[in-house]
Design a protein around this ligand. Structure first.
Ligand code: TIU
Length: 224
């Protein structure tokens, strides 16, 4: 059993039932020329979490704990991109356009790859998702059920869009959820702050919150 000090409640489960979810740490959001920067955003804010998230990932690897990476992207023919999403934003490039990192937000393109600093290892699960939430039109739920995972630790980008959407979807499906405050980031400081406050308000209406050092310490010192 592992017990992670968190607010407003501690996060407790056998390590075998916990998975680290790494949301959309792909070049499209973290490198100039991708989807995020084409929306007019400064990617440097997001890049600031790379070292802390890498430490967390490596601790999970050390203890053979489950890590699942999500990637936002669409089929090359855009058949899974609804018009409501395609039309959004006054972008330099639209979804599917050819940009400096290949076609914007398209599965398999250079911009769709996880950033090299956080490259998944063989055996770690990568799930492509067409939506902001990780459960929509994916087999994430089935994969978690087959692994007997009940507790999800959320990291990645952006806090208020894909991370929060996936966390809410997870909570509705009965998973216990925690967000790691220094392993998630937004292009907007205020949005991150407000999202974290929202998640833990009302007694943890969406889940609880902790940080990388606390989680690492809980894993390192857990009773065997
Ligand atoms: N991954 C994710 O959050 N997708 C976005 O489009 N986020 C923005 O903040 N735009």
């Amino acid at each position: 059993m592992i017990s992670i000090p968190a607010r407003p409640f501690n996060f407790e489960a056998p390590l075998s039932q916990i998975a680290l979810i790494v949301v959309d740490m792909q070049r499209d959001f973290l490198e100039v020329g991708g989807f995020g920067s084409s929306l007019g955003n400064d990617v440097e804010r997001l890049r600031s979490i790379i070292p802390s998230l890498l430490s967390l990932i490596n601790t999970f690897r050390k203890y053979n704990a489950k890590i699942i990476y999500l990637k936002e992207g669409h089929k090359p023919d855009l058949s899974d991109c609804p018009n409501s999403k395609f039309r959004r934003g006054e972008n330099e490039y639209k979804i599917g356009d050819l940009g400096p990192l290949g076609r914007i937000l398209i599965n398999g393109e250079p911009g769709n790859q996880i950033i090299p600093e956080l490259s998944p290892k063989i055996g770690e699960i990568i799930i492509e998702k067409p939506g902001k939430g990780g459960f929509y039109k994916t087999n994430l739920n089935e994969q978690l059920e087959s692994l007997k995972i009940s507790h999800l630790i959320f990291s990645g980008v952006t806090t208020e869009v894909c991370v929060q959407s996936t966390m809410r979807e997870a909570m509705d499906r009965g998973y216990e959820t925690l967000i790691v405050e220094d392993a998630t980031e937004s292009y907007f400081a205020q949005f991150k702050k407000s999202t974290l406050e929202m998640i833990i308000s009302q007694g943890g209406i969406v889940g609880c919150i902790s940080n990388v050092a606390t989680i690492m310490n809980s894993l390192e010192t857990r009773p065997i």
